[in-house]
Design a protein around this ligand. Structure first.
Ligand SMILES: C[S@@+](CC[C@H](N)C(=O)[O-])C[C@H]1O[C@@H](n2cnc3c(N)ncnc32)[C@H](O)[C@@H]1O
Length: 432
């Protein structure tokens, strides 16, 4: 596998003890017992014995989101006592910078209303919570006859994480949605913001949207393709016939699969690559929505620009582990190919990706840190500083996490006149 940047935090340090005292909220997750055959392993082995080896994309999808025992469906995996930690969990400053970005770009296009906030894959709800606080502070609430209050729409497949999101965002005020509704859960935040939970972006109402996706695309299923002397082949997951019960192995397809035929571009120089068609379809849908209904989006994730090869990996308790062992008990992830996403977005304007460090610094995180340091209790100081360093340090999350913005092409002239916050200004046209 390629040399990885940390991606999921804790990996570079080997253990998350290095970050102790920084996390804002903690999850608890039991690891697999030695030699344990998980229910998902049993299910996948039965499936493979019936239909033959499955693609890595299918394996990822089953392992992460299968309703009965998918990794995301029933656990609380984010935080010091979970499997990985994310920037919104490290520090309120992350969500504040994202909130300020969404608010200011919305204002710059004339603050159209009704407007809705949309988050894809909201985890424990911390990012949305911080964004709502920023919007309330900046007066987006719609009070005083200034139009409808923006609603918050969360796209989340996990029943367990939606419970945690509801506890944080709508304490004591959320319930299952009526059967005919396009959302499955609804609630109201203490400041009056209506909150709705959806299983897919296509179920979110059509209107001007400010969309954010943090560490979402890296969780979407990807195919793994490999060049051989006989041509391109797909990496598949098979039962390991010689291994212990419940063990899997990678094998190569005997011939070209549909993924090899569809996704290898002429002139591809890499001998191994990963393609996530599900991400592409989602970006196409997002771009179409922004074009039709108006809006803007911010995508933050670890990834590359079509250069990396073999990044499929698993995380359990802040350590990288074998993705084929005890499926359902570890997170599976693939670095996001931003150049591929750009190609899926049609004529949309894509800015970046820029490094997380440069985005946060341009958004003023250093100034915000100083303000918080000036007013925090002495025992909070170290945590604030450590969270800041983790998010911007080039050896931690600062460089390997990237930020990309998406706008509809109709805003081309507008963006040239009013450069987008957090990103370098577009190069000036050369004088004739
Ligand atoms: C790696 S976590 C990131 C959580 C959060 N954004 C953060 O940064 O803390 C991925 C999130 O996406 C959700 N998720 C994964 N696959 C999904 C899918 N296909 N549709 C909707 N949500 C999904 C997970 O349940 C989880 O909330």
């Amino acid at each position: 596998m390629d040399e990885q940047c940390g991606g999921k935090l804790g990996v570079k340090h080997g253990q998350c003890g290095a970050c102790a005292g920084v996390y804002r909220r903690c999850g608890r997750q039991a690891g697999p017992a030695e030699g344990e055959v998980t229910p998902l392993a049993r299910h996948l082995q039965a499936k493979i014995r019936t239909v033959g080896p499955i693609t890595v994309a299918e394996y990822m999808k089953e392992v992460l989101t299968s309703p009965a025992s998918g990794y995301y469906m029933h656990g609380d995996m984010i935080g010091e006592r979970g499997d990985f930690v994310t920037s919104p969990e490290l520090s309120q400053m992350f969500g504040e910078m994202v909130g300020v970005w969404l608010y200011s770009e919305w204002q710059k296009v004339g603050a159209p209303r009704p407007m809705q906030l949309v988050e894809l894959g909201p985890g424990r709800g911390s990012l949305a919570h911080d964004i709502l606080r920023v919007f309330a502070r900046l007066g987006a609430g719609g009070e005083g006859g200034r139009g409808e209050r923006p609603a918050l729409h969360l796209v989340e497949v996990s029943p367990r994480l939606s419970d945690l999101q509801a506890e944080l965002l709508c304490p004591g005020d959320s319930r299952a949605a009526p059967g005919e509704a396009p959302h499955y859960r609804e609630g109201t935040a203490p400041d009056g913001t209506p909150v709705r939970w959806h299983r897919a972006l296509r179920d979110v109402p059509r209107r001007f949207s400010c969309v954010v996706a943090h560490e979402f695309f890296d969780a979407l299923p990807a195919h793994k393709l490999q060049k051989t002397d006989e041509g391109w082949r797909e990496v598949l997951v098979d039962v390991d016939p010689g291994g212990a019960p419940g063990r899997f192995r990678f094998v190569l397809s005997r011939s070209e699969t549909p993924a090899c035929k569809l996704f290898i571009k002429p002139g591809e120089r890499r001998a191994h690559l990963e393609v996530s068609p599900e991400s592409c379809v989602l970006v196409q849908h997002l771009a179409q929505r922004l074009r039709r209904d108006g809006g803007l989006a911010l995508v933050v994730d670890y990834g590359h620009d079509g250069t990396k090869t073999d990044t499929f990996r698993a995380f359990r308790r802040h350590r990288q582990c074998d993705p084929l062992v005890a499926p359902g008990t570890a997170d599976l992830t693939v670095d996001v190919d931003f150049s591929y996403l750009r190609g899926c977005a049609g004529d949309s304007l894509m800015l970046g990706p820029v490094s997380q460090a440069s985005f946060l610094e341009r958004m003023g995180i250093h100034t915000r840190l100083q303000v918080l340091l000036g007013s925090c209790r002495p025992e909070q100081r170290e945590g604030l500083l450590a969270g800041y360093r983790m998010m911007v340090d080039p050896d931690q999350m600062g460089e390997c996490f990237r930020v990309m913005a998406v706008f509809p092409s109709v805003l081309r002239d507008h963006l040239a006149r009013f450069p987008v916050a957090g990103f370098p200004p577009p190069p000036r046209a050369a004088a004739a």
